[in-house]
Design a protein around this ligand. Structure first.
Ligand code: GTP
Length: 598
């Protein structure tokens, strides 16, 4: 059986522990990529990924490895992202594997996402191959980390491989362990085709490219297939593998990972998680899917130039092809005009989508402050969901509101316990319990309102703990909460795009802070600007921005010309991001400043 020589595995790790670097070494060692063609972190193909050094979209690659037993194995490696926003990508790739290489930094030890990813891998019954990476670091303490792996993760670490992906130490041992320890796939080659779609992307020439893991049977160009969930039938136009670029081959058999192209017009017809089978005589048993990703953070995206509205729609559609978790629907704002309400998995996801829209599609956008989904009980007895503060009914119609909660865990050195508890208290956190995963480190569990996490929580946590904290969270249902909507008026008119929902106790402080921030952000203009924060009709804070007297150039008249040009350019740069609301120009920053409130 050919499956005996196949190993499907992924690499899981906390962010920055070295997954992508290790993947590069595996590609290089197996000769999948020649060293001279090796671009650092080849699997991170998007520009943004490379610049930010994070893996967003997983990639798959087939390696051919001649093991020490003399046999050549087909190894299918699926790279996974480590950030908390992208847990769904991890769970997807796990569904296509039998094993996981677990990378733990030899200096940092087990962190919050190490734990989260190991839990996902264990619940998918994957064989875990532990690797202690970065042993070249002066601060490396592999013995202590091995202990942590045993104590915290309950994984036998006696065989943990001590490696340095940077220096190429341990690469062969890792490949050998994968071959020896990860079980081969055990599908039925003779059964009708069943393959799991675990990802997809849109290619300008090929159309929808579905990434599949074949479980039973085989698939070739010309096969007529049916998608089990939608019942849609398509003709396969080709199958292939990533090596690491797309390479077409004759067929994919049980146990193999690769891609298929078919006459699929939209990704909606070929959903990630769906099962591919034969159109005639196929299976009716769908494969176990994976954790479905639902957006939890929403914001409005508006083109600064309203002529770009149609372009924005097309661009969002294109990105969605590649990103099942992104949602969007048209909305309009009195202040910002026509745009889209978009749903994301978290703030990083939002940030990345906005950046891609601007970079890859040349759009200039205003994003409004992100919001969670509130459940609003109306006095009429009806309950509605509100993800845009502007759509909150008047207070007189509201009987009560529930807000989404998260179960959060923070791992920190013991000396920061007080710091983290302070922050959690400021954010209305409810203490759950403390674990002691390792010497000198604690893991504190809290239940927190999700809207408090949106507000700069992670940055605060990182800076107050000098970067030592790691953080993970999961959705934890809804709870009733005393919430109010805070409106911002500019020259007497409420600006819908600046409204936000907050706990009543926080409203006064945050309203005051926000008008102060806006005063600092909004440039002085030819006339005086009056800023107010209000709850309903009641103004709780106000500030004035006085009128501009001199113009910018006059100030450095006679000064050197390059300085003048710089000033003008800076102004222009600022302009690009401004949106006129009434007669007042508001910079993009203003819409995000609500996130920086303590
Ligand atoms: P994400 O893809 O963002 O989740 O991160 P990652 O886990 O893939 O980490 P990545 O491979 O990007 O490595 C993070 C940083 O650690 C990079 O600066 C690497 O150069 C560095 N690094 C990786 N492996 C080693 C190692 O063995 N030794 C040392 N000293 N540095 C390493």
């Amino acid at each position: 059986d050919h499956q005996q020589f196949i190993r499907n595995f992924c690499i899981i790790a906390h962010i920055d522990h070295g997954k992508s670097t290790l993947a590069d070494r595996l590609l290089e060692f197996t000769g999948t990529v020649q060293h001279r063609h090796m671009q650092e972190q080849l699997l991170d193909s998007m520009d943004i990924e490379r610049e930010r050094g994070i893996t967003i979209k997983m990639a798959s690659v087939r390696l051919s490895y001649k093991a020490l037993d003399g046999v050549t194995y087909q190894l299918n490696l699926i790279d996974t992202p480590g950030h908390v926003d992208f847990t769904y990508e991890v769970s997807r790739s796990l569904a296509a594997c039998e094993g996981a290489v677990l990378v733990v930094d030899a200096a940092q030890g087990v962190e919050a996402q190490t734990l989260a990813n190991v839990n996902l891998a264990m619940s998918s019954n994957l064989e875990i191959v532990p690797v202690i990476n970065k042993i070249d670091l002066p601060a490396a303490d592999p013995d202590r980390v091995a202990e942590e792996i045993e104590e915290v993760l309950a994984i036998d670490a006696t065989e943990a491989i001590r490696a340095s992906a940077k220096m190429g130490i341990g690469t062969e041992e890792i490949l050998e362990s994968v071959v020896r320890r990860v079980p081969p796939p055990s599908g039925d080659v003779n059964a009708p085709l069943r393959a799991l779609v675990y990802d997809s992307h849109f290619d300008a020439y090929l159309g929808v490219v579905a990434y599949i893991r074949v479980v039973d049977g085989e698939i070739t160009g010309g096969t007529q297939i049916k998608m089990l969930a939608t019942g849609k039938v398509f003709d396969v136009t080709g199958v292939g593998v990533f090596a690491p670029r797309m390479k077409s081959i004759d067929k994919l058999r049980a146990g193999e990972v690769g891609y298929m192209t078919a006459s699929v017009k939209t990704v909606g017809d070929c959903n990630v998680g769906d099962t591919v089978t034969l159109a005639h005589g196929g299976s009716s048993q769908p494969l176990a899917g994976y954790r479905q990703a639902l957006p939890v953070v929403f914001c409005g995206l508006y083109p600064v130039d309203s002529n770009q509205y149609q372009d924005l729609k097309e661009a969002l559609g294109r990105l969605q092809l590649n990103d099942a978790a992104l949602t969007f629907e048209p909305e309009s704002s009195a202040a910002l005009g026509f745009g889209y309400r978009c749903g994301f998995l978290g703030l990083l996801h939002l940030d990345i989508i906005q950046e891609r829209l601007e970079r890859e599609f040349n759009l200039v956008l205003i994003a409004t402050a992100p919001s969670v989904i509130y459940k609003v009980h109306l006095t009429s007895g009806e309950t509605i969901e509100v993800d845009n503060p502007a759509n909150l009914p008047p207070a007189t119609q509201i009987a009560g509101m529930d807000e989404p909660m998260v179960a959060a865990s923070v791992i920190i050195p013991s000396s920061y316990v007080g710091t983290v508890m302070d922050l959690a208290r400021e954010r209305r956190g409810v203490y759950v319990r403390t674990d002691y995963p390792a010497r000198d480190r604690v893991m504190i569990h809290y239940k927190l309102p999700m809207n408090e996490i949106l507000m700069d929580f992670f940055d605060q946590l990182k800076s107050r703990t000098k970067g030592y904290a790691s953080f993970d969270y999961d959705q934890a249902g809804y709870e009733p909460s005393n919430l109010v909507k805070l409106d911002i008026n500019i020259n007497g008119d409420p600006v819908d795009a600046l409204s936000f929902i907050t706990h009543k106790e926080k409203a006064y402080g945050r309203g005051r802070q926000l008008v102060e921030k806006l005063k600092a952000i909004i440039p002085r203009q030819q006339f005086e600007i009056r800023l107010q924060a209000a709850i309903g009709a009641k103004v709780i804070a106000s500030e004035n921005i006085s009128a501009l007297r001199k113009n910018v150039i006059a100030k450095c008249y006679g000064g050197d010309i390059s300085r003048k040009r710089k000033l003008l350019e800076k102004q222009k740069e600022g302009k690009k991001r401004m949106k006129s609301i009434g007669s007042v120009e508001i910079p993009q920053e203003a819409f995000m400043s609500v996130l920086k409130l303590g």
